[in-house]
Design a protein around this ligand. Structure first.
Ligand code: SAM
Length: 501
């Protein structure tokens, strides 16, 4: 498959692997609401942030809704949107790779972008997610004014690229609007209920489908010249026998209609790629939403309208699913996910994680009534935890950071052994069994005393039992190779066998 070349591509391809796993440092003063909630607002760079999430969330995120820098050559008040073209590609590439690995099999990623980088982004996304997983290029009419001040041709749209992780992705249909439902009626009081008449003629001549029909008044009719019926003779016969053909109230119409019953059509309407601003909001709406939220202060240069995110999350997620936006900006994706009952993770490196995102989400929890609140009948509730990215798990010499406690190292070790997240954490050295192999961690005196950090015969006897292969991480062992082999144990040394990157 053709790929895109740029200066430093090689380094970009290695960057995700090289990024360190870091500690997540909880800041209770900036966290808010229900302390048992699982929503995460993380301040820090999203390459290391996404890497750090891996042991906990690999394969679990249902939807990424992202709106990274567009590279518009602007210096905004809160962030700089002016990277050299190759640097921009090198920035996006490893982050998209990590997002792919965090996505669930039935998950999807939606990326807003404009014409500055869209076509380059499409090529690298094809490479990372696979061309077969491209779902759509939604064209969102982001501007609701004609743009007559533009020097040449006014750009009034943005792209939203949607990719799925695999063919397990099932987009939801769009709910039928009241206006669409009102198009269905029941003039012949059909017991199957309201229906919509769709033309049975096609503007194309096909010999097979050019044949006479007899209407209920006995008149023989043909399709207009140059066209044909939409159904072959045998199907037409069946439709007539099932009373699915409508010849008008008089029974004498020249061209028949097929009755499509509301009770039989799909639960909703298939989504289209054209999203006008009346449907998904505009950038002007987004700025107004933020101004209202912060009472005219603390504006943000490039917010997205809540309705745009509402559309995306409606198609791609269910209540309770995990939504992640690692370019959180003013916090729109998290605010919308919260109001829609989704779990969320937001990452933002700028100070606005503190000045915009945290206060915005606090207001949401208190029942803020702007944006989509009306649409989803939002009443408030829930909570979030604020984190910063702390030191790396291992230092440059490969030593474990002494601040690491058992649960953090356990999640990390489990992930590096199994490439799956550790979802249940007990107070046991047995972390779990993966494909028949048990994984143990002896660290931080998990068996009650410091001595139990060493794998000895006594410690081995005290470990929870497993009949099958065992991988045991520990600082050292007094057991020889022969004993380890006999006990079906692979011994892994802390820190040398711990991957810090
Ligand atoms: C276009 S804005 C997002 C706006 C957002 N959708 C909203 O509605 O407010 C892009 C954001 O990504 C952030 N950002 C850029 N590079 C980042 C990185 N490497 N790590 C974390 N955040 C980053 C910027 O600080 C900026 O706030």
């Amino acid at each position: 498959m053709p790929t895109l070349e740029w200066a430093n591509r090689k380094a970009a391809v290695r960057a995700a692997t090289r990024a360190p796993f870091r500690l997540l440092e909880h800041d209770p003063a900036l966290s808010f609401g229900d302390p048992d909630n699982e929503n995460m607002l993380i301040q820090g760079d999203n390459l290391e942030g996404a890497k750090t999430l891996m042991p906990y969330f690999a394969g679990r995120v249902k939807c990424f809704a992202i709106d990274g820098p567009y590279n518009t050559r602007s210096a905004f008040e809160h962030y700089d949107d002016n990277l050299e073209h190759s640097t921009w590609l090198s920035m996006m590439y490893p982050r998209l790779e990590l997002m792919r690995d965090l996505l669930a099999q039935d998950g999807s990623i939606w990326v807003c972008i404009d014409d500055n980088e869209a076509h380059y982004l499409k090529v690298i996304m094809d490479e990372i997610f696979g061309r077969k997983n491209f779902v759509a290029n939604v064209v969102w009419q982001s501007k609701d004014t004609p743009g007559n001040n533009s020097a040449e041709i006014a750009e009034t749209h943005n792209h939203v690229f949607a990719y799925r992780k695999s063919d397990a992705f099932r987009p939801h249909l769009l709910e039928r609007s009241e206006k669409q439902i009102a198009n269905y009626s029941n003039p012949d009081e059909d017991p199957r209920g309201p229906w919509l008449g769709t033309p049975l003629t096609r503007v194309e001549h096909r010999d097979r489908d050019y044949y006479p029909l007899t209407n209920p008044k006995g008149r023989e009719v043909y399709p207009p010249k140059g066209s044909s019926w939409r159904r072959p003779p045998d199907v037409m016969k069946r439709l007539a026998s099932e009373n699915r053909i409508w010849w008008g109230k008089s029974g004498n119409a020249e061209f028949p209609m097929e009755k499509k019953f509301l009770s039989e059509v799909k639960e909703g309407v298939v989504n289209q790629t054209w999203w006008p601003y009346e449907f998904a909001g505009s950038t002007r709406n987004a700025s107004a939403e933020l101004k209202k939220l912060f009472e005219g202060n603390k504006s943000f240069d490039t917010p997205k309208p809540e309705r745009l995110l509402h559309r995306i999350l409606n198609i791609a997620t269910n209540p309770g699913d995990i939504v992640c936006d690692p370019f959180l900006g003013s916090g729109t994706a998290a605010a919308v996910a919260h109001k829609m009952g989704r779990r969320w993770i937001g990452i933002e490196m700028g100070d606005h994680a503190v000045t915009h995102c945290a206060p915005r989400l606090r207001k949401v929890i208190e029942g803020e009534q702007g944006g989509i609140s009306d649409l989803v009948n939002w009443k408030g509730g829930g909570g979030f935890r604020f984190y910063r990215l702390g030191p790396a798990i291992t230092d440059d010499a490969g030593r474990i950071n002494p601040a690491i406690r058992f649960p953090t190292l356990a999640a990390h070790v489990w992930f590096s052994e199994t490439h799956t997240p550790l979802t249940k954490m007990g107070k046991s050295p047995l972390l779990g069994v993966h494909k028949g192999t048990a994984v143990y961690l002896l660290y931080n005196g998990i068996l009650g005393d410091k001595k139990s950090n060493t794998l000895t015969g006594r410690v081995l006897r005290d470990l929870p039992r497993h009949n099958g292969p065992r991988v045991i991480f520990s600082e050292c062992t007094s057991l020889g190779d022969e004993r380890l082999h006999r006990e079906n144990i692979i011994f892994k040394h802390i820190p040398y066998d711990i991957k810090g990157r």
